[in-house]
Ligand binder design. Sequence first.
Ligand code: ADP
Ligand code: MG
Length: 244
Amino acid sequence: MNETTLLQVSGLKKAFGGLVAVNDIDFHIEAGEVLGVIGPNGSGKSTLLNLITGETKKDTGAVKLNGNDISAMQPHQICRNKISRTFQLVRVLPTMTVEENVMVGLLFGSERKNFNECRDEIARLLSTVDLGEKSGFLASQLTYIDKKRLELARALANQPILLLLDEWLAGLNPSELEESINLVKRLQESGITLVIVEHVMHAIRSLCDRVFVMNLGQKIVEGTPDYVLSHADVVSAYLGDESE
Ligand code: ADP
Ligand code: MG
């Protein structure tokens, strides 16, 4: 492990009954990196994120954050260690306002703020995700894209050092996609290390320093986006091997 390694995952495994969703995965993330994780549907990407955040408990292996194994911790403890995430199926608190959703992240996150400290921070976070005009809306009234933005603002309220985005760019139109890619770039520039699970290959190419590919729970190829996306094993994992 290098001095700059933020997260080190080793021998991580999780089976659901007979199905091994994550099968002996090793990888590391250097501080400041954007790491992409790609792979066909069902290849274990979301399960891998759930194992890092503690929502799913591992069968075997270790997840070390700055050298400390966090894999036995509860999700709220992992969150307070400054790992934040968004969900593949967007999760907001529907009966609360936009502002209140972000406040939840501030009141219960890693650097618990008091009520007064929250005001300025909420405004700053909502403006970061371009939701400043909608702070009084009920979360349930937001469009799909705005719900995703809100979920990101709540994740950022936790002051993450590591942010995990599970298909956060899915379902955006081309101009929203460019805006969102730029937003993710700004997050990286602000010092947040990112793991991006994504099917939008254009985003993978423009954002990621390094990518690895999962197939059937295993890591099959790793390298720069250009290397990985032109690799024959990756193409056949996505398209199926027609010779079989
Ligand atoms: P991906 O995010 O790459 O599409 P997932 O991690 O969601 O893949 O799923 C990997 C495999 O694990 C799939 O076959 C899925 O059906 C299975 N799986 C995921 N979560 C559960 C669960 N809670 N219980 C049973 N099987 C699950
Ligand atoms: Mg998934």
